[in-house]
Ligand binder design. Structure first.
Ligand code: FAD
Length: 325
């Protein structure tokens, strides 16, 4: 009998699962339901527009669909347009590859004046549901909150605003990066830090500190030894938390536990959360018997695109092993 698989979500996790199922169960029916009118999840709407090589992975992700090994149903939201229960009835196994689409919030006063990173980067990438920031034209000072690669993406794109059509109206003179911990606590990858150090339009502005030995701290320390550069200073504020976003109707400043920073635009990059699908919270590879999850939906919002590939292969084996004889 031909096995029938349904997958909700066409991000890298869903697409890698399609590929793995297609290889492990040739001839199986595989239907992918994607809520947006465009596939590939964060590869399309999250990865920064200047990271062309990473975005080119869509060529790999689309292959099983191009070869006819699976069908892609765009504009179909599982839980809204089609129920999870009906999918479970009509298919031998169902997998949730729906990601972690909810922006985490700091929970401080005035936060509605700041842009959460998921929303901000979706907007830069032309997502149909993402509205532009309230204040863009002529904005001179930006504050970015966070200590991970998404924060560095936001800083880098802001620093290159002249080269990015939708950010071109900005007139940035300064970027302040607020980092809750010290240099030893950052989750920046060396490749992303290298890009900050090589910007033609901005320069990293750090005070000297004692190096803790990790690759990121060594790079940050090297930044701190540089003389002032040309263009926009990117001021790294370690051990600094945003405690309120200030302004009447539009952002005017960010209150931190160390003082007030004037700001026309603020972007918070503090992670993401999952969403329930028809009342089911995806957790782990098999949230309910016969219902599976993969990628950020399964393990939370950590890891890069290749992490989803290894996980999808393991899940395909588990789904096939779980088919009724
Ligand atoms: C801003 C940002 C930048 C990143 N940059 C990089 C990078 O440069 N390099 C790298 O390796 N990793 C990067 N990552 C991480 C990478 O994007 C993730 O590892 C990967 O996208 C997770 O894949 P996923 O399929 O689990 O989720 P997603 O990519 O989020 O895909 C989930 C898909 O499910 C769809 N969906 C959601 N709910 C439903 C529903 N109910 N019904 C149908 N469809 C639904 C969504 O529309 C989406 O298409 C970045 C992440 C972010 C947030």
């Amino acid at each position: 009998m031909t096995a029938r698989f349904a997958i909700a979500g066409s991000g890298p996790a869903g697409c890698y699962l399609v590929d793995a199922l297609g290889r492990a169960a040739p001839g199986a029916v595989i239907d992918v339901f994607e809520r947006l009118d465009e596939p590939f999840g964060l590869v399309r709407f999250g990865v920064a527009p200047d990271h062309e090589a990473t975005r080119a992975i869509t060529r790999v992700l689309r292959r099983p669909f191009d070869k006819g090994a699976a069908r892609l149903h765009l504009g179909v939201e599982v839980g809204r347009d089609i129920g999870l229960a009906s999918l479970r009835r009509d298919y031998d196994a169902v997998a949730l590859a729906t990601g972690a689409p909810v922006d985490r919030r700091l929970g401080v006063p005035g936060e509605e004046l700041a842009e959460p990173s998921g929303h901000f980067i979706r907007w830069i990438n032309g997502h149909p549901e993402a509205a532009p920031p309230a204040r863009l034209a002529g904005a001179r000072r930006a504050v970015v909150v966070g200590a991970g690669n998404v924060a560095l993406d936001a800083v880098r794109l802001l620093a290159k605003h002249r080269e990015i059509d939708c950010l071109n109206p900005l007139a940035l003179e300064r970027i302040d990066l607020l980092i809750r911990g010290g240099p030893e606590d950052v989750r920046f990858s060396p490749a992303e830090l290298l890009e900050i150090g090589e910007l033609a339009t901005a320069w990293p502005d750090l005070d000297a500190f004692e190096d803790a030995g990790s690759e990121a701290t060594v790079m940050l320390k090297e930044f701190s030894a540089r003389p002032p550069g040309r263009g926009i200073p990117i001021r790294f504020h370690f051990h600094t938390q945003a405690t309120a976003f200030l302004g009447a109707g539009r952002l005017e400043a960010v209150q931190t536990d160390r003082g007030v920073l004037p700001a026309d635009l603020a972007v918070t990059c503090i992670g993401y959360g999952k969403a329930a699908i028809d009342g089911v919270w995806p957790t782990g590879p098999e949230p309910e018997p016969g219902l599976y999850a993969v990628g950020w939906a399964a393990r939370g919002p950590t890891g890069t695109i290749p992490t989803n590939r290894a996980e999808a292969r393991a899940l395909a084996r588990r789904m096939i092993a779980g088919l009724e004889p």
